[in-house]
Ligand binder design. Structure first.
Ligand SMILES: Cc1cc2nc3c(=O)[nH]c(=O)nc-3n(C[C@H](O)[C@H](O)[C@H](O)COP(=O)(O)OP(=O)(O)OC[C@H]3O[C@@H](n4cnc5c(N)ncnc54)[C@H](O)[C@@H]3O)c2cc1C
Length: 336
């Protein structure tokens, strides 16, 4: 079924609660309906608005927004060790994680409670608590509107990186992801090295799927603002990756600065939240926009801020960090 809305109000469709509108928004239940959606409503400008948890609208969108709503999860193949699971783009990511953990399938439990839908997960290679979705993705199925064809891209061709993929670059607004295929494991493979996860899991009785999921959910709820209460899009900025020499120079000036080796690139990742905090900006507010007071990587809409105001505020934060440390920080959020 296709549901189409003209001059659509986006306020309830983006986690920043930016009050913009779209010329047309089409929700569809099945990927098979995409040719019809484009035939009926195709416009020169289109993009996918999935759950809206990683998008900041700074103006009205003069084109077509596509929202996948299919909800099917199917086990495509399995053996004693693993299951290959096909999931519609429109399934809520955390519903899929719950589905997997309830069935004893390992691999994505650390990604519990990340807001959004499954089709968006490969776009920025969602990650949390030492796990990235790329490690479970087998392939990504998509519709290519220009050719009116469906295609499949194996994970090794998705150019996955830290909050990166081909879908943010060469395939941006060229394909609509329709289904993602995952490989999940039947025997335990807990990954608990990140932060205080091991301690929290131990406190719940050990490394079962249920305990890991519960610990991750509880940590996230305690740390991150709930978009239903305070508009935000999670981490607004990406952690910058710099040359070792740059990191060493900073370490001399700030011995307490956290640094994370990125051996595959021979570089070092800095914590953008630490840089923002150290620049004295944690809790900083201007008008209706602020830096969250416990998690400096998160910008919040304190009520009624426009997307433009949030983007301008983000520019100021970026500039202050650059002035203080000489380090540029890129946005993780997609700005439209
Ligand atoms: C409170 C909070 C916490 C968060 N924590 C994390 C975290 O721990 N780790 C993390 O990685 N992210 C996190 N995020 C960011 C966000 O949850 C993820 O980026 C998520 O994948 C966004 O899903 P969505 O369905 O809302 O996508 P949207 O915001 O709707 O879309 C994001 C981008 O992907 C594109 N896109 C979406 N679906 C498709 C599709 N089917 N085909 C083609 N392109 C598509 C969109 O056009 C857009 O460019 C957090 C966000 C919030 C609000």
């Amino acid at each position: 079924m296709i549901r189409s809305f003209e001059n659509a109000d986006l306020r309830e469709r983006n986690s920043f609660r930016a009050a913009q509108r779209a010329a047309r928004l089409a929700e569809y239940d099945s990927a098979a309906e995409l040719p019809e959606v484009f035939e009926r409503y195709g416009m020169p400008q289109w993009t996918v608005l999935s759950g809206g948890n990683n998008i900041l609208f700074t103006r009205d969108f003069d084109g077509l927004l596509l929202t996948p709503c299919g909800k099917t999860i199917t086990v495509a193949a399995e053996n004693d060790e693993m299951a290959i699971v096909r999931v519609d783009a429109g399934v809520e990511w955390d519903d899929f994680v719950r589905w997997a953990t309830d069935r004893g399938l390992w691999g994505i439990e650390n990604l519990s409670l990340i807001p959004g839908k499954v089709g968006a997960a490969p776009v920025q290679n969602i990650g949390a608590y030492g796990v990235e979705v790329k490690d479970s993705v087998v392939d990504v199925e998509m519709f290519v509107p220009d050719a009116c064809k469906y295609a499949v891209l194996a994970a090794e061709h998705c150019a996955f990186g830290y909050r990166e993929s081909v879908f943010k670059h060469t395939l941006r607004n060229k394909v609509v992801i329709t289904t993602v295929e995952f490989r999940l494991y039947k025997s335990p493979r807990p990954i608990l090295a990140y932060g205080n996860l091991a301690r929290e899991v131990e406190a719940r009785g050990g490394a079962t799927l249920a305990n890991i999921r519960e610990a991750v959910c509880d940590i996230r709820r305690a740390k991150l603002p709930d978009p239903a209460v305070t508009g935000n899009a999670g981490s607004f900025f990406k952690n910058p990756i710099v040359d070792t020499a740059v990191a060493e120079r900073l370490r001399e000036r700030y011995p307490e600065m956290p640094l994370y080796a990125v051996p595959e690139e021979g570089k070092v990742k800095l914590a953008a939240g630490w840089l923002i905090d150290k620049a004295g900006l944690k809790g900083f507010r201007e008008g209706n926009v602020g830096v969250h007071d416990t998690q400096a990587l998160v910008l919040v809409n304190l009520g009624g801020a426009t997307g433009g105001e949030i983007a301008a505020f983000a520019d100021k934060i970026r500039q202050r960090v650059e002035d203080e440390f000489g380090i540029g920080i890129d946005t993780e959020v997609n700005i439209l």
